[in-house]
Design a protein around this ligand. Sequence first.
Ligand SMILES: Cc1ncc(C[n+]2csc(CCOP(=O)(O)OP(=O)(O)O)c2C)c(N)n1
Ligand code: SF4
Ligand SMILES: [Mg+2]
Length: 297
Amino acid sequence: MTVPAEKLTKKQLKADHPTWCPGCGDFAVLASFFNVVQKLGIPHEKIVCVAGIGCSSRFPYFVNTHGIHFIHGRALPLATGISLSRPDLHVFVFGGDGDGFSIGGNHLNHAARKNVNLSYVVMDNQVYGLTKNQTSPTTPIGRRSKTDPRGSVDRPINPMAQLVASGASFIARTHAAQVKHMNEMFERAILHPGFAVVETLSECTMFFPGAFDSGNPRKGGAFDLVDETKRNMECTAEAMQLAEETEIMPPGKFGVYLESRRPTKNELENEWLKDAQAEAANLKPRDLLRQKFASMR
Ligand SMILES: Cc1ncc(C[n+]2csc(CCOP(=O)(O)OP(=O)(O)O)c2C)c(N)n1
Ligand code: SF4
Ligand SMILES: [Mg+2]
């Protein structure tokens, strides 16, 4: 990590006042992002925030960093390009359950399996908030919404199982009402080299209030943690077992489900680039690319 010239402050990181509804869980996620980035002292000019579309995806407006509020479900391919072309930057992706698991679901699978170096926070509220209450891919069966007035009939996806299956190398789960835990998960995700994703249960107080009370001790629920001392953190089978518990024994466990180290796409491409440059008289990457395109004509 590059050492910053001067200490980054929250004041420098804040931008517009968030336009979320009062009590929306996304406020806590934003506060946690400020805390962790400040604590880690990431150089201000090296931070990029990318998002798709949704209430949660409005995130880049509220932070004073490089950033883009992009196309619904397409934050990850854009962030992949930024991460690969500028490995010196810290690339963050923010979005919702609809953006990440529905319209952007396929991009998620591929960015994860390629182990692109970035940190991705999915603010899962189990509903489409921005478009005012439609069923999302994580909405529980039976929940009524504008698209399912008699209650959802479709089996929801299991986000943790999907992330394990797609090959993400760091997978964690937290709750926006558990600030200390959320900070810890974000910090570990940022420090992880590779595709790091944190599913953050973040309540939509407007359309799905109480959705995550079962994981909140202040609301009578249980916030049970993954016991890392009893687990092999690199074992996908163990991670999958924890993922299944989120369905069999809801709300399941919170914490790091998987933390494994394998070469990132950034590292592998860099090796390829160095070899290609050595063979081509140290051409600049853009000239190498031109040469490649010319050979395909
Ligand atoms: C291509 C495209 N399809 C549909 C939409 C409409 N749309 C905007 S946000 C959204 C869903 C957002 O849900 P989610 O990602 O869960 O974010 P939340 O608002 O809940 O934070 C939809 C369907 C769009 N903007 N673009
Ligand atoms: S609609 Fe829901 S998700 Fe969107 S800002 Fe309001 S509370 Fe948050
Ligand atoms: Mg949502």
